[in-house]
Design a protein around this ligand. Structure first.
Ligand code: GTQ
Length: 357
């Protein structure tokens, strides 16, 4: 049995001259704020369940394309900001930043590198590419492209229609750590070798015989592009193999180590069978859901506090940690495919990861 919390003294209970004396010396009494920073049983969650509909954002993003040339934006992005944190903080959760980025035909977003890790989930349009660490990654709908911490990246577009992708970064965390900065660079030289070709089959690793050809093996991030075709096929194969299994999910992993693809945020693709409802375990990390194909309704919360978002293709929502989330695919005939980003690697590395049900 847990002992109940006793009521603690308030700031107003203290004489004003005493509080002033403390403040002048840069001192603060803990007890009036103790319950705020260490609340009982569950953290205080600023992250609010929030949804962003692509059909609302797209016209505004295209308008940004008219209002602001790429040279004046470097990255032409509308940030999906969580009102629970305050819009100016530009964060979806404590550690997750989300943005929808627009690149028009012929535009180029110049090469830079920065401390936060990023990924791109391609939402719409063909013909764009991101060159990461010398590897030119074509961007097709549903592809996941990593730009991990410290690696040069630039975006270009040889196609004929606007291209939009979802940026997911751990910027809020790295900024909070006072460790966020960028460096601009020159247009990158393209180097031989593509991770998405070298690692096409799970469990089969490219094995250089000659030491001088072993460059990729020494890379912290050997695979930078995860084609949607491959991820989708893996989910369908899993569904065929495990008709008994309720949840069909894959993790975007580093093929050499099996660890999460990046250090701080986790990335997954989940398939909902036609008509399926899936109540996720309640866990400490916040999550983001983005519909790649089909539709899903997402219930976040409990009882009367439950919020329901009806997501269609290209829509995005977020859910705080420590909160029940249930997904439902209402279609009787079509599977739904959902891209998920969460804070699991961060919570696990810090030792605060919890599953509560
Ligand atoms: O494409 O490099 O949404 O540096 C925010 C910061 C995208 C990018 C963002 C960035 C980028």
């Amino acid at each position: 049995m847990n002992a109940p919390d006793t009521e603690l003294g308030r700031l107003e209970d203290l004489p004003a001259d005493y509080v002033d004396a403390l403040r002048r010396l840069n001192l603060v009494p803990l007890w009036p704020s103790l319950r705020a920073v260490l609340p009982p049983h569950k953290p205080r969650l600023n992250t609010r369940a929030t949804a962003w509909a692509y059909r609302d954002i797209k016209p505004l993003l295209l308008r940004a394309g008219e209002l602001t040339p790429i040279e004046k934006a470097e990255r032409r992005v509308l940030v999906l900001a969580n009102p629970g944190h305050g819009l100016d903080k530009m964060q979806a959760s404590a550690a997750i930043y989300l943005g929808l980025q627009l690149l028009l035909p012929g535009e180029w977003a110049p090469s830079h590198r920065h401390t936060p890790n990023a990924v791109r989930m391609v939402v719409e349009g063909e013909g764009a590419w991101t060159t990461v660490d010398g590897e030119k990654c074509p961007m097709s709908r549903g592809d996941l492209i990593l730009t991990p911490t410290g690696l040069w990246h630039e975006h270009g577009h040889d196609g004929g229609q606007p291209v939009v992708w979802l940026d997911v970064l751990d910027l809020p965390l790295v900024h909070y750590m006072e460790a966020s900065y960028h460096i601009n660079g020159q247009r990158q030289q393209q180097l031989p070798g593509r991770g998405d070709r070298a690692y096409t089959r799970g469990g089969l690793l490219p094995t250089p015989v000659f030491e001088h050809e072993a460059a990729r093996r020494g890379k912290a991030y050997p695979m930078l592009r995860y084609p949607w075709q491959e991820a989708r096929a893996a989910l369908l194969a899993l569904a065929a193999d495990r008709p008994d299994q309720q949840a069909l999910q894959i993790t975007y992993a580093n093929p050499e180590t099996g660890a999460h693809a990046e250090n701080i945020l986790g990335f997954y693709a989940l398939m909902l069978r036609p008509g399926q409802t899936l109540a996720l375990p309640v866990r400490s990390p916040a999550m983001v859901f983005h519909v790649i194909e089909g539709g899903a309704s997402v219930d976040v919360g409990e009882g009367a506090d439950t919020q329901r978002f009806a997501l269609t293709e290209a829509d995005t929502c977020c859910a705080p940690g420590y909160t029940p989330v249930s997904l439902r695919n209402a279609s009787a005939s079509e599977a739904a495919f959902i891209f998920i980003a969460d804070e699991t690697p961060l919570h696990q590395k810090l030792g605060v990861f919890e599953v509560r049900s």
